[in-house]
Design a protein around this ligand. Structure first.
Ligand code: SF4
Length: 256
């Protein structure tokens, strides 16, 4: 629902206080605070790259809601990881899909929209579905880290997501890849097999390639373009104008 208008100030202040108080806390303490504070009014998003946050949530609060965006373009390995995660962890996984199938999108906008206008494609297949998925909640969490991209370097362990009117929790904000690897090894966490096959960052198949030696871990995402975010974690989310086949234009939603 995102928080009611009169509650926005209160929740924004809560997020600021938590960000200051939890900056040096462990990821489990940050996630634990969030789950205790928001209970069923919170969810965690997962791309099924690894189940680190899902493992933590399953231990801290069984039944935690996990949102997975099934874009229709995932690698088979990612969907297989989803199945394994559903079988092992005591969490409630909600699979959310775009309003249109890939075939319907192709019919409307032409094939391979991801090649011609990836922001438009991400809006249709990720940003809009996430907006719908987050409607029942007051807070959401994800596994993004400060060391992943320039646009993520200033994220707090707890933020106020003003665009969505929600508290955003980033328990792994201060973690490095070594921290992630250590947690995975210590807790035998399920990981996407593509991680071990040269894909250190995994998104949709058409927009993800293997990383070459010496490249940054996210170099394989939208390779050859300036794009380095799908828009889910931008504030405000990416907006775009899409050229329809008839030559007219529509404005795609900014995170709506
Ligand atoms: S990552 Fe690529 S295929 Fe996936 S939604 Fe974005 S543009 Fe489309």
């Amino acid at each position: 629902m995102a928080v009611e208008e009169q509650m926005r100030g209160k929740y924004a202040a809560l997020a600021a206080d938590a960000a200051a108080g939890l900056e040096t806390a462990s990821a489990q303490e940050i996630l634990g605070w969030a789950l205790e504070t928001f209970e069923d009014r919170m969810c965690i998003t997962s791309s099924m790259e690894s189940a680190v946050l899902i493992d933590m949530a399953g231990r801290l609060r069984p039944g935690t809601h996990i949102v997975f965006l099934d874009t229709g373009y995932h690698f088979a390995e990612t969907l297989a990881t989803l199945e394994q995660v559903q079988e092992r962890y005591p969490v409630e996984i909600k699979v959310v899909r775009p309003r249109q199938t890939v075939a319907e999108q192709d019919a409307l906008f032409g094939a391979r929209l991801h090649d011609r206008d990836p922001d438009a494609c991400c809006n249709l297949r990720k940003v809009e579905p996430l907006r719908r998925a987050l409607e029942p909640y007051d807070a959401w969490a994800s596994g993004i880290r400060r060391d992943e991209t320039l646009s993520r370097q200033d994220i707090g362990v707890v933020d106020w997501d003003d665009n969505r009117g929600m508290v955003k929790v980033n328990p792994l904000a201060a973690w490095t890849q070594d921290d992630v690897d250590r947690y995975i090894a210590e807790h035998d966490v399920i990981t996407n097999p593509l991680l071990a096959q040269g894909y250190p960052s995994i998104g949709c198949a058409p927009c993800t390639r293997k990383v070459k030696p010496g490249e940054s871990p996210r170099a394989g995402r939208w390779a050859g373009s300036d794009k380095d975010e799908c828009g889910l974690h931008l504030d405000p989310p990416t907006s775009t104008t899409l050229n329809l086949t008839g030559g007219s234009f529509i404005n795609l939603p900014r995170g709506q």
